[in-house]
Design a protein around this ligand. Sequence first.
Ligand code: AMP
Length: 395
Amino acid sequence: MKTLNDYNFENKKALIRVDFNVPLNDVFEVTDDTRIQAAKPTIIKILEDGGSCVLMSHLGRPKGVEEKYSLRHIVETVTTILGVKVSFVEDCIGDKVETVISNLKAGEVLLLENLRFYGEEKAGDVTFAEKLSKWGDIYVNDAFGTAHRAHASTAVIAQFFSENKCFGNLLAQEIESIDKVLNNSEKPVTAILGGAKVSSKIGVIENIIDKVDHIIVGGGMTFTFIKALGGKIGNSLVEDDKLNLALAILKLAKEKNTEIHLPVDALIADSFSNEANTKTVNTNEIPDGWMGLDCGPQTSEKFAEVIAKSKTILWNGPLGVFEMENFASGTIELGKAIAEATQNGAFSLVGGGDSVAAVKQFGFGNKVSYVSTGGGAMLEMLEGQTLPGIEAILQ
Ligand code: AMP
């Protein structure tokens, strides 16, 4: 795996695909700079070597050129975070860009305009990729968030750099973290899969079932398993067309000697609202008119015991509707258990949009070993898929 350490960037122009797809408010201020912070080590390492950086990214989903998606809005934030002046050019290909880049000196950073102002980016257009490839001596991919897309700047471009391409620090760390969980793990390994639906996690379950020792199931997908086992789930979220699949997963887990842990009690509500009436019942005894929106205290205790014994932990998806304060306890207790296990020496990886949001919201971000920056990309890696952005560097 080629990384930044395989190159000396002195007097070289590094063309870096970063993921600066950050949220902006109404007055175009960056409201969460995690992704910019995450790219900093790569950029700084190249500058310290004596190189220069040409940064390219997408922002949002523009249809053609749309001012509100201009990367101009984030230049100040990137400058502050890097502690280095960042200049900006209002296009990503063309003569103007060529002139600016030919004048770029060692130690300087240039940010190109939103790649998705050109439809060719998402189409993976080879000619567009070739035009972009002119802007650097070495191509560095540090955009894990888009590594599962075969876009011009994330994958197609790599063919124009033969030997001169590598992973940035962030992407290398993401790959290593997942590898540490799936292939080089210290046992016992526990995967916690929560979130809304079984259907969106089935690929992950199938891929990890013989790599992990325990799978903790939580969140909305609990009830598809409970119903499949003959339990009463009231009005809880369920995927009726996945009942047989749930049974097949339980059977497969038995064959593979992987323990699946389901919630034993649930915090149920009489409507999908933070103000709803609530009570705690056994997960398989939910009355009609009520729905399970969080796991109960017995479940949290049981899950914490499994986690305390684990040496490697993967967490993807919340254990309840944590966005509503009254149904956040299961997710918070889980976060606490993972933080404690991590303090005691376990390796913990958290990923997937909602679990990352939960980890940040409840202050566990720096108490776990690694928080992934890619939702979809991480899920696809956990499913065992080859990501185009990673493959392109390895070829
Ligand atoms: P996912 O994107 O599949 O990881 O799902 C995340 C979403 O699942 C969050 O918005 C949670 O509110 C939701 N969720 C978690 N537990 C439940 C539940 N018991 N019933 C309904 N939705 C849930």
